[in-house]
Design a protein around this ligand. Sequence first.
Ligand code: AMP
Length: 283
Amino acid sequence: MQLITNIKNIREELRSFRYNGKTIGFVPTMGCLHQGHLQLVEAAKKQSDVVVVSIFVNPKQFCEGEDYEIYPRTLEADMKLLEDFGGVDYIFAPTVEDMWPEDNETLVMVPSLSSILIGITRPGHFEGVTRVVAKLFNIVQPTKAFFGEKDFQQLTIIRRMVKDLDIDVEVVGVPIYREEDGVAASSRNVFLSPEDRIAARVLNQSLLMVEKAFKEGEKDSQKLKQIGISKIESEPRAKIETFEILDAMSLQEVKGTITKNIVILLSVEVGSVRLLDQLSLEC
Ligand code: AMP
């Protein structure tokens, strides 16, 4: 496992693999790695000859007043976790100066998908994500790139960016990983107090209630939404930012009877921590 901290070196390292026809699997992360990230790494290892994990806390995707300064940076522990998981070929952990020199100004945006849902509460966030992922794709030039379905809107936006810009990479979505209490693994879980951690279970509980009702035949989106929202509102520590039932392809709201595959997107503030969750349901 090799740690590489600048763009030039990772390019040089990867060039010969590509030349020799090896497939490169890429897992972009912001570090503070956990079991959720390891699901992506596992998929990458199974499907690629060479695996690159990037660790970069990207300032461009944090909005004013968000937690950029205090976002956990745990490179040594991350490397140990990956090592214990059988290792990867490269950890690419560039500096902010290398990624974003002062004269860097080119934007990459998917406006319609980035301005809805989480884009409303986090203006500019997805523009920062597409900008950094486009740049990382150009640096690593992976065969396949692995993203979590937990961040479903992000995954949809990346797929769209790849399609629109004809980037030669296959985007692979990896199912959400949950801890034993049902809470989706997240780097931000470290900020939850013990009480908030218990309260955070309500996200998954509400999704399970919606899933049960759906499987028992309830297809009215408003009724399903009400079931889910009531459950979350029963938890005083939780404040809903987004609870939407959406067409899984277009992310447009599904009104009335559900006739297509849907995704339920959840963004809930528990204490002062924003938690995301997601459930896909096939019609
Ligand atoms: P982050 O470090 O939070 O930017 O996440 C890096 C990647 O890991 C993203 O593609 C996330 O969607 C994915 N990820 C984070 N948490 C989970 C989880 N609990 N299950 C699956 N994937 C996850």
